[in-house]
Design a protein around this ligand. Structure first.
Ligand SMILES: *Cc1c(COP(=O)(O)O)cnc(C)c1O
Length: 395
């Protein structure tokens, strides 16, 4: 089993619920439903059905033999979340939450999205279950990610461009929360990462932990033992906590989260929250935050839009302080190099987010002996990123 938060949703000093009073009741309703259904045999059966026949689980564990031989050190294994329907781990969470929304009798689902990956996974789940779907997206992001806007619309969702503030993810979250306060009786808020007020971090972890549970069985089949290292990229932290949590009590397994160092930690243009942030409150929960002296979130940068967030999941904040996990960072350039190398050597084009984890694992593998094993979460595929990378290569 893995670490659970206390009854108020705290992992150590992180997490909790810092929201206006009118949201308390709404979140409590979601929490009660989650607690009730997560162990309900009918719910589990339905979730397993869709995971297997719709998402395509279990995702394979793949031994990257060529890459490992080339690097000359530790063996690298990939957990292939890139092979899931819609192309990343995000669908694990949206299928779980939509089943919950249905049981709550909600007729309408809302979600925020930055690059659009969570929006697409949400729109997909809502299409499957015939639920009205509204996606809030910063106007700036709707322009940068026009193709994902069209995908969501094809799937029957309504995409609402948000024109307040900097017209990006943070503003989309604010507008989504406003909509929830107004329409909570009919509406379910589908959060996309292991962040936000209680119960979201614990709930998203629950639905994503299928990654780590499968990986643990699969690596035993290959090697007859657990890996020495598990590695994942950290934006809000959902693919990482999904892999890490089932290994929490296996103290011989070293846990490493990889943050985006952007143009370099010293440039200020990064999103390395755990490496350089300090404890604070953002979007209704306590965690490490990249913030100014007044507690306002700082602008963040990463080549991969999915890692571009000034906060981070409370459970990662706790893992850092307790020393259970180590958090490192990888620059845009190192991630881009890994993106190209993995494509060429293994024929796998990774998402730019996942390329951060790959880059760090490759550096580690070179320095470790051949009898060591590194298991990397390949959180998504890079088809969505090839246009952006092509443009950058031209420059
Ligand atoms: C969204 C996304 C991430 C970052 O989100 P986490 O919640 O940190 O997992 C990582 N990889 C891919 C492929 C994504 O789409």
């Amino acid at each position: 089993m893995y670490q659970l938060p206390d009854e108020k949703g705290y992992f150590g000093e992180f997490g909790g619920r810092f929201v206006p009073e009118n949201l308390e009741g709404v979140l409590e309703e979601v929490k009660q439903a989650f607690e009730k259904y997560k162990d309900d045999p009918e719910f589990i059966k339905e979730l397993e059905y869709y995971n297997k026949y719709y998402v395509g689980r279990p995702s394979p564990l793949y031994y990257a033999e060529k890459l490992s031989n080339r690097l000359g050190g530790a063996k690298i294994y990939f957990k292939r979340e890139d092979l899931n329907h819609t192309g990343s781990h995000k669908i694990n969470n949206t299928i779980g939450q939509v089943l919950l929304a249905k049981r709550l009798g909600k007729k309408r689902v809302i979600a925020e999205t930055g690059a659009g990956q969570h929006g697409v996974a949400t729109a997909t789940a809502c299409a499957l279950f015939d639920i009205e779907c509204i996606i809030f997206m910063g106007e700036e992001d709707t322009r940068r990610q026009a193709l994902n806007v069209f995908r969501m619309e094809l799937l029957g969702a309504k995409v609402v461009p948000v024109t307040s503030g900097t017209r990006t993810l943070k503003d989309a979250v604010d507008v989504a929360l406003g909509d929830l306060i107004e329409n909570y009786q009919t509406t379910y808020y589908m959060l996309g990462s292991a962040v936000g007020p209680d119960p979201y971090p614990a709930m998203v972890k629950h639905f994503q932990s299928v990654i780590g549970r499968e990986a643990k069985e699969q690596i035993k089949d290959f090697e007859g033992k657990l890996p020495d290292y598990i590695v994942a990229c950290v934006g809000g932290g959902s693919n990482a906590i999904g892999l890490f949590a089932p290994f929490y009590e296996d103290k011989d397994v070293k846990i490493i989260g990889v943050e985006p160092a952007g143009k370099g930690l010293e440039t200020g243009m990064h999103a390395a929250t755990l490496s350089l942030g300090s404890p604070g409150v953002i979007h209704g929960f306590k965690c490490y935050v990249l913030q100014d002296e007044k507690g306002e979130p700082l602008p963040v940068h990463s080549v991969s839009a999915g890692l571009d967030y000034p906060g981070v999941g409370p459970e990662h904040s706790f893992y850092k302080d307790s020393g259970r996990a180590e958090y490192v960072s990888v620059t845009d350039q190192e991630a881009l190099d890994a993106f190209s190398e993995l494509s060429r050597i293994e024929g796998i084009i990774p998402a730019l987010e996942s390329a951060h984890a790959v880059a760090h694992a490759m550096q580690m593998a070179k320095q470790l002996p051949k009898d060591q094993m590194i298991l990397v979460n390949l959180s998504g595929r890079g088809d969505k990123d090839v246009n952006q990378v092509a443009e950058m290569m031209e420059k």
